[in-house]
Write a protein that binds this ligand. Structure first.
Ligand code: ATP
Ligand code: MG
Length: 322
């Protein structure tokens, strides 16, 4: 059975891109019996901003989103800053990658372009840090969105190089993409917490309707599902299809000449119906912040022991166990 790891930055509430990109897969894998760890990547908030604002609020918000989506409350959910042994893995891992490999990463390049600020060392090296996030628990499967594939490739490289150079400590993990590996936001670019283009899982039905009705579409009236040539319309069609458990072609065909306004009505109704029980669960968990904090404490304890054990193996393999 797979050991599954996946995580998110505590930069804001999780959105529909997270849900259909990775979160739902985490829930399904866990229901199938996989051992799931969810990592809250708090140091990685500092990749594209000087200070991490309202971390406790964002971290608790993520836990609420996880529980609302159906992640079991007994899951190991932990912030990587709470795991010193995980962070120490970054040092040997950095020694296994070249600067040009870090420079070539297309997702990092894109994020640097988006953030329009000087590139700090954490931004430049965070894919290697993410390798530590994945490998500290010897994960074998990582449900992610498309932007994470270059990072997963680097993680696989690091695992292989460590195993070749020292001793076979790490599995070489696989990425798991969903049917919506790159859901677009209301402006037609990747839906992201930081880009002001997201629909939060916990948004109200009215807010959801307002955001979807304002989403970018195109000038063609007839609705079709053609992700390559009509990305904005197709992303909306896909969103409705996922919520309705239908195929996107048939959703598009049903709307047809109704145009973008009719499509948006279908999407609003589908999203609000699908997320109604999830939003209700979120509200009930939100009433018990002590429960949320307890989950994080227990997660830090369990994951801390795992990270210590892996670091001990790494140090032994490297001849550093004095
Ligand atoms: P930020 O803008 O702060 O970077 P984000 O929205 O990109 O936030 P992350 O925390 O960076 O979210 O990503 C967490 C996980 O969700 C990753 O596996 C990522 O691939 C996935 N993900 C994020 N946005 C989308 C999206 N629009 N479609 C599919 N998957 C996504
Ligand atoms: Mg991101």
């Amino acid at each position: 059975m797979d050991r599954v790891m996946s995580g998110d930055r505590p930069t804001g509430p999780l959105h529909l891109g997270h849900y259909f990109g990775t979160l739902h897969n985490r829930v399904l894998l866990q229901r199938d019996g996989a051992e799931l760890t969810v990592l809250i990547a708090d140091y990685q908030v500092l990749t594209d901003r000087d200070a991490a604002r309202d971390l406790p609020g964002h971290v608790e918000g993520l836990v609420l989103d996880y529980l609302a989506a159906g992640i079991d409350p007994s899951t190991t959910i932990v912030a990587h800053s709470a795991l010193p042994a995980l962070n120490q893995l970054l040092l040997p891992f950095l020694s296994l990658v070249s600067v040009s490999e870090l420079e070539r990463n297309p997702t990092v390049k894109d994020e640097i372009a988006q953030s329009r600020r000087a590139v700090n060392g954490v931004m430049f090296t965070y894919p290697a840090h993410q390798a530590a996030d994945i490998l500290f628990g010897k994960s074998t499967l990582v449900p992610v969105g498309q932007d994470q594939l270059p990072h997963l490739e680097l993680t696989r490289t690091i695992a292989r190089r460590f195993n070749d150079r020292y001793a076979p400590v790490f599995p070489v993990p696989e990425a798991l993409l969903s049917a919506a590996p790159l859901l677009l936001g209301t402006d037609g670019t990747k839906m992201s917490k930081s880009r002001g283009n997201a629909i939060a899982i916990g948004a109200s039905p009215d807010e959801t309707a307002r955001l979807i009705r304002g989403a970018k579409t195109d000038a063609e009236r007839h609705i079709t599902y053609r992700p390559d040539t009509r990305p904005e319309v197709s992303s909306l069609v896909l969103l409705a299809a996922l919520c309705l458990d239908r195929d996107p072609e048939s959703v598009a065909a049903d709307v047809g000449s109704g145009g973008a306004a009719a499509l948006k009505n279908v999407v609003v109704d589908a999203v609000n119906a699908y997320f109604a029980p999830i939003r209700a669960r979120r509200a009930s968990y939100a009433a018990d912040r002590g429960f949320v904090r307890g989950i994080l404490r227990a997660g830090a304890q369990r994951a801390g022991a795992v990270a210590e054990a892996t670091l001990a193996e790494v140090r032994t393999a490297m001849g550093m166990a004095y």
